[in-house]
Design a protein around this ligand. Structure first.
Ligand code: DPP
Ligand code: ZN
Length: 877
């Protein structure tokens, strides 16, 4: 694969007007007839040929304006169809007939089969696996689709847009036709055909149009789509209220399939979902599953405006739709649930995934300028950091002005394929504010380090903050320019009240936000009547690493009293992290005991038992920094076993004094009545689960967890009890029995088995590799299914620090073999799992050497996909 550069962008030579596709479905020989109306772009020379992208296609015929052309008029290769001597000065029609083999399509890109259903995935470059086409996002066309196939096998035939009609040919074959009036790029094309069940509903839009809603699932699973339908209707209402966006077709469909590379896909009018993000009921889905379904249904629906109506000019602009749409789905979930708890969960995720990516060999800007394989840029940086950048625009401008900028964006660019510059200009034009320096967030990779020191002058009643920002070097970007960083902050006085400065010099400060713009800056706040406690980066207003040597008593004050719940969580987390880092250091030096700050223990105990705090928030407080969080903080010479031991020791010290509080939580009368997945009910379950985890550190017996496992009447508590047994008491009979019982009970439910695989794959310790290898032989495992691969091999490599990073390197060697094997079938899934190696350079030298060997082994394999090749090369660079 060659490197593609943003700087090389230029428009296509030909402009597509209409696309007409006919599919004659057959499991191994599907005929695709494409008729596309197009014209030569103005100014393009008459002898310039038409170049169409292709991938693993079998070309049958080419015609121009209905007349077959001789082979001498075109060249066909593996990757392209080049047609010469085309009509000039007029619109013409190109007909391309290809044969494809859906059954043999194990990459799950293009048209493939999943449990007997025909299904497509075209983003980013899958459409070229269906037919020869200018397969890029700036080529927009109006599509008409005809699907023909065996009627008995395919009673359901779906594509984008509005339904035109269907019928039988009388010979066993059936057809259906669809028309999508909205011009769209090829990556949003979709087709589904098969025998599926359906759940139906309707939605009345704000202008009183009725939209048919349909969710298609495998027969027998209809009842499990109810929550997704509910989430869809709430999403449609929310987008009208929050952004004034109305749905624009007569029908909106979702299809859930069991073999899918991503979470879901926003094809126009026909979203295709990984069934993991549609199917739920209390017996089989956890509260996290429900929250994911809500968020992803919303995300894909929101793409209808941010992604579909306004799309990307080229794939470098991916964050234009993804970062923005993640921001929108975060806001939606925050409005549907607890905003503070949602923000805490987002920041946890951002730090554990995006900060890790941004500090390693795979770091790249939110808007990259080059790639070898676009599939490798569906990253946490493009998505989550992209969302944070959008969020910062909202913080900088304020909500009303942000909304004005969004309104302008929709008005100005509807129907267009645009760039990040176009997006940012809308906010500049709406607000009059210059976002030039701010735009560096799109272009500079790396997590900024902001170092703060503060001094209070009692005589002058001023507080002065000295601030320095530094952005670490990242691949291809050694030197960085200072960023515009919106730092939300508050000044808390001794009595707990907040004070607003009466004057500020040395920097802009407005509405509780300090605007950092220089490499170093000294800001003085006036009118501060006594030494304040500084509550910095409230709500995580900027995705930065903040270094502020805060006095412990200040941290304690924030942890106990800040009006901002996020800040309280952040302070407690920070206090815990300090003790965890100290414990690692001491144990590395040979200590067997660790000391934990008494104040931390008291704050934790008080917060957990504080009934005025919502249970979900208390559960977040109890989830102390993970082993991965600690490793990231240490940054180099990582020894995962030492971190594991130190964290266990701190957990034991922290939980012991909380014993009675934990017992109170666990023994409180259970709610009777039917299950509800709402946020408040989920919060109570989260708190109970956190208490069970804590108990496992202060009570050396599996009995509590075994009891919870036996009594659980919902998957949230059942799966958690199982993980406590398996992770904390793995050698006990209780644990072994529970693992076996869970597997037998859900043997027929693949999505629940994924939980079973992943719980077993994340049992700490070197013995887990053998159980992962054994589970791969289980008939319950399926090596062709992405969800199974991710839950077993992916969980092991990504979420089992002591198991995967075995000191003998066997974990890495295992991964190398698996990546090479998976890559032959499905490069995208292989590449995704391989990102588990992205922080290998921060390991201690023995492990780092062995990890490197594994990467070299993968790199030497042949053949190797561009996806895996690109990652290996970047990780070894
Ligand atoms: N389907 C993926 C998403 O929605 C890629 N567009 O993020
Ligand atoms: Zn998306």
């Amino acid at each position: 694969g060659q490197v593609i550069h943003l700087a090389d962008y230029r428009p296509t030579d030909f402009v597509v007007e209409r696309v007409d596709l006919t599919f004659e479905l057959d499991p191994t020989e599907t005929l695709v007839i494409q008729r596309t109306l197009m014209h030569r772009r103005e100014g393009v020379a008459d002898d310039v040929p038409l170049v169409l992208d292709g991938d693993e296609l079998n070309l049958k015929a080419v015609a121009i304006d209905g007349n077959p052309i001789p082979e001498s008029q075109y060249d066909v290769s593996d990757r392209a169809l080049v047609i010469r001597d085309l009509p000039t000065g007029t619109t013409f029609e190109v007909t391309v007939e290809t044969i494809i083999n859906p059954e043999a399509n194990t990459k799950l890109m293009g048209l493939y089969r999943t449990n007997g259903t025909y299904c497509t995935q075209c983003e980013a470059e899958g459409f070229r696996r269906i037919t020869y086409f200018m397969d890029r996002p700036d080529v927009l066309g109006v599509y008409t689709i005809t699907i023909i196939g065996d009627g008995a096998a395919n009673p359901v035939m779906l594509s984008n847009g509005n339904f035109l009609g269907a019928g039988d040919y009388g010979d066993g074959r059936r057809f259906a036709a669809w028309y999508d009036p909205h011009p769209k790029p090829s990556y949003l094309f979709a087709l589904v055909a098969g025998d599926l069940g359906v759940v139906e509903d309707t939605f009345t839009t704000m202008s009183e149009r009725e939209v048919a809603l349909k969710i298609y699932v495998e027969h027998g699973k209809e009842a499990r789509a109810a929550y997704a339908m509910d989430a869809l209707k709430r999403s449609m209402t929310w987008d009208e209220q929050a952004f004034g966006r109305e749905y624009d077709l007569d029908i909106f469909m979702i299809v859930a399939v069991s073999d899918f590379n991503m979470g879901a896909m926003e094809n126009k009018g026909l979203n295709v979902f990984n069934d993991k993000y549609i199917l739920a009921d209390p017996e089989t889905a956890t509260d996290q599953d429900y929250a994911n379904i809500e968020a992803i249904v919303a995300h894909e629906y929101f793409h209808n405006w941010t992604g579909n109506r306004i799309t990307c000019r080229d794939w470098f602009q991916l964050c234009l739709k993804e970062g923005l749409t993640v921001y929108r789905d975060h806001e939606f979930s925050a409005d549907q649930r607890s905003r503070a708890v949602k923000r805490i969960a987002e920041v946890r995720h951002l730090k554990s995934e995006q900060f890790a990516e941004d500090s390693g060999p795979l770091a790249h800007p939110v808007r990259p300028t080059q790639f070898r394989e676009i599939n490798n840029f569906y990253t946490t940086t493009v998505y989550e950091k992209g969302s944070e950048v959008t969020r910062m625009i909202a913080t900088l401008l304020g909500r009303p002005m942000f909304r004005k900028g969004m309104d302008l964006y929709f008005e100005r660019h509807d129907g267009g394929a645009v760039t990040i510059e176009d997006f940012v200009r809308c906010f500049e034009d709406a607000s009059g504010r210059d976002l030039g320096q701010f735009s560096r967030w799109y272009h500079q990779a790396g997590t900024p380090v902001v170092t703060v020191s503060a001094r209070y002058d009692a005589g002058a009643k001023t507080l002065t903050m000295d601030v320095e920002q530094m952005i670490p070097p990242t691949p291809g970007q050694q030197v960085k320019e200072p960023m515009h960083i919106p730092l939300a902050m508050g000044f808390i006085l001794d009595n707990g009240t907040e004070v607003q400065p009466t004057g500020v010099s040395g920097g802009e400060y407005a509405d509780g936000v300090l605007h950092l713009t220089e490499r170093t800056q000294s800001i003085t706040f006036e009118g501060i009547s006594s030494r304040p406690v500084l509550s910095l980066n409230r709500g995580f207003s900027a995705p930065i690493n903040l270094h502020y040597d805060m006095p412990v008593e200040d941290m304690v004050q924030i942890a106990r009293h800040d009006s901002d719940l996020f800040s309280r969580w952040q302070a407690i987390n920070q206090l815990a992290l300090r003790d965890l880092l100290k414990a690692v250091k001491e144990m590395t030096a040979g200590a067997t005991q660790v000391a934990v700050d008494a104040e931390l223990i008291a704050i934790l105990r008080d917060s957990i038992s504080d009934d005025s705090l919502e249970p979900a928030f208390r559960a977040q407080i109890m989830a102390l920094p993970s082993e991965a969080d600690i490793a990231r903080e240490i940054g180099k010479d990582i020894d995962p076993e030492m971190i594991h031991a130190a964290r266990n020791a701190v957990m034991a010290a922290v939980t012991a004094p909380a014993g009675t509080v934990l017992a109170d939580i666990l023994d409180a009368p259970r709610r009777v009545g039917s299950f509800s997945p709402d946020a408040a009910s989920a919060g109570i379950r989260a708190l109970r689960n956190a208490a069970l985890t804590w108990m496992s550190y202060c009570e050396p017996s599996p009995d509590r967890a075994a009891k919870a496992f036996a009594e659980a009447d919902n998957m949230t508590e059942l799966a958690h009890a199982l993980s406590v047994l398996a992770h904390r008491f793995s050698e006990t009979e209780s644990a072994k029995q529970a693992v076996a019982a869970f597997g037998d009970r859900f043997a027929e439910n693949a999505l629940v088995l994924d939980k079973w695989f992943s719980i077993q794959a994340t049992v700490p310790g070197p013995a887990t590799l053998a159980s992962v290898e054994a589970l791969m032989q289980s008939p319950r495992f399926a090596a062709g299914n992405p969800n199974r691969l991710r839950s077993l091999i992916g969980s092991f490599a990504m979420a089992n620090p002591t198991g995967f990073h075995r000191k003998d390197g066997a974990g890495y060697a295992f991964l190398a073999n698996q990546i090479i094997a998976i890559d032959k079938r499905n490069p995208q899934v292989a590449a995704r799992i391989l990102t588990s190696m992205r922080s290998w350079r921060s390991l201690e030298s023995t492990r780092a050497g062995l990890a490197r060997n594994a990467l070299v082994t993968i790199g030497a394999a042949s053949p190797l996909s561009t996806d895996v090749r690109d990652l290996v090369d970047r990780m070894l660079e």
